[in-house]
Design a protein. Structure first.
Length: 265
């Protein structure tokens, strides 16, 4: 009987070990699909972006475009992110939202700019989305929710194009895994610290939206619906950020920020 229990114990241990290995291995990289997805990611991103942007109005206000571009560039330069690979788009929409597409496309709504009380709140959200791009969370999310084979078929032109609208909806209206959100939060703080930008306003932004979500009109807080547990995240952002930034600076002048806010009213 003891021998039987020992064998069972060993068997359970082996199964647990196999389960741990299976869950921790990056199978995309293991099967050398990472390089393949990088090659097709741009194609996929272009197709998805074409579908999404058809019905949207992009801002052509030079004040807004130049200012937000400066914010993105400052974070990229301080963190050695190739700015040429980040394509910024600003849409005239009242929703408080920003999101990333495959291929390095970053969408920002004017509603987000309007909701941001200062430039560092906006930089915090932008840094969070840049982190999703740099950590390849966008593709990880799509692979998990849509399936690698479907994405490859769409990108290579052999899949059902009707699926594209479903993929776009997944990107713009569903949340990342909680672990990916935390990774993006922490990376965003690091990005801001490296750029000598105070990261605490990102926590303020999340806490305020969490509070406002209970108020009338919360349907416009799209970034909240795709970034849940904001109050909890605000707390650990404050804890992680602490007093990391010794020298705090502003990326754009106060007068420029005032002009940007006026332009999106």
């Amino acid at each position: 009987m003891k021998k039987l229990f020992l064998m069972l114990f060993i068997g359970v241990g082996i199964l647990a070990g196999i389960g741990f290995i299976v869950s921790s291995v990056d199978w995309i990289k293991l099967f050398k699909l990472e390089k393949f997805t990088q090659k097709t990611e741009q194609q996929l991103g272009d197709l998805l972006w074409e579908s999404y942007s058809k019905g949207e109005k992009e801002s052509n206000d030079p004040i807004v475009l130049k200012a937000v571009d400066s914010l993105v560039t400052s974070v990229c330069m301080a963190n050695k992110i190739d700015r040429k690979n980040i394509k910024l788009h600003i849409f005239e929409k009242s929703d408080v939202n920003a999101f990333a597409f495959p291929g390095g496309r970053l969408a920002v709504y004017t509603g987000l700019i309007r909701e941001s009380k200062n430039q560092n709140e906006l930089i915090g959200v932008v840094s969070h989305e840049l982190a999703h791009i740099q950590l390849r969370h966008v593709m990880k999310k799509l692979i998990k929710e849509i399936g690698l084979s479907v994405l490859i078929s769409i990108a290579t032109g052999t899949g059902d194009v009707a699926v594209i609208s479903d993929i776009v909806k997944t990107l713009t209206s569903t949340a990342f895994d909680r672990s990916l959100e935390k990774q993006a939060d922490i990376k965003a703080i690091d990005y801001m610290v490296n750029a000598s930008i105070d990261p605490l306003p990102l926590a303020d932004f999340m806490q305020r939206l969490a509070d406002e979500q209970q108020m009338p009109g919360s349907e416009y807080l799209s970034w909240m619906s795709t970034h849940p547990e904001s109050a909890e995240r605000a707390a650990y952002i404050r804890e992680y950020a602490g007093s990391k930034v010794q020298e705090k600076k502003k990326t754009i002048a106060d007068a420029t920020w005032v002009a940007v806010k006026k332009a999106v009213e």
